[in-house]
Design a protein around this ligand. Structure first.
Ligand code: GLP
Length: 244
């Protein structure tokens, strides 16, 4: 789905999420949304906050699961995805804090394995993710599933690719400060979502979008696995779609 610009594209995605939340509310059910960080989804969150302020959208029946978090990372660090999500979304809406899930970046090493299994179980216990929102990294990563991630991978601790750490360097005042690891939902976790919306803006994403949509399905470009999902949309602006 190609929109004129990222503003229109973000409004489209925000409307899709809002419709699902309102539909589930009518049915008396919870809406389970998988959320992403990075610069790409920020406008979507801005629109959702505005819908809420205008009284058109409540998050009382919403449960969220974030894709990933750097490791190690303290939740109150300016670099944490916990902080990011609160600033861009959670602090401005009526979501129950108990319904918010973001992988913990400050676990002890020996706690990680069980924590990841529990994260998967929490997703399963609410009936799975209704809509998973994704960005895409220049390596073709979704969440932090870097090249080499298998189709069936689940929530786990991963090592970040050099390109990803380089791209994050400016946020961390230098590459040496970017964490070397992250906890991320797996490709398998993402593929289990009922619906997936991947967003990308700008010419810097054009090459990886072309590979993800038209390239051979392979572990070295994890986003290519999405070609086999039956309900996945790539929502793009003209620039990111320019090599298609
Ligand atoms: C990070 C996130 C990804 C995100 C990617 C792209 O690595 N973990 O979920 O998709 O960056 O970032 P941006 O949206 O800033 O281009």
């Amino acid at each position: 789905i190609i929109h004129e610009d990222s503003n229109n594209a973000s409004l489209f995605v925000a409307n899709e999420i809002a419709s699902l939340i309102n539909q589930k509310q009518k049915e008396g059910k919870k809406a389970v949304i998988g959320l992403a960080t990075g610069s790409t989804p920020t406008k979507v969150y801005e629109y959702l906050v505005n819908f809420h302020k205008e009284g058109r959208l409540s998050f009382e029946n919403v449960v969220t699961f974030n894709l990933d978090e750097y490791f190690p990372m303290e939740p109150d660090s300016i670099h944490s995805y916990v902080r990011f999500m609160h600033e861009h979304l959670f602090d401005h809406i009526d979501i129950d804090p108990q319904n918010v899930h973001i992988p913990k970046g400050n676990l002890e090493n020996h706690e990680v394995r069980q924590y990841c299994l529990d994260y998967e179980e929490k997703i399963n216990n609410v009936g799975g993710i209704d809509i998973q929102v994704l960005g895409i990294g220049r390596t073709g990563h979704i969440g932090f599933n870097e090249p080499g991630s298998s189709l069936n991978s689940k929530t786990r601790l991963v090592r970040l690719d050099g390109v990803t750490r380089l791209d994050a360097a400016s946020d961390f005042f230098g590459e040496e400060n970017v964490p070397r690891k992250a906890i991320t939902m797996g490709v398998g976790t993402i593929m289990s979502a009922n619906r997936i919306i991947l967003m990308a803006w700008g010419e810097g994403k054009a090459d990886i979008i072309q590979q993800a949509v038209e390239g051979e399905i392979k572990e070295s470009v994890p986003a290519t696995f999405l070609q086999n999902h039956t309900n996945c949309d790539f929502v793009l602006d003209g620039a990111s779609a320019s090599f298609l």
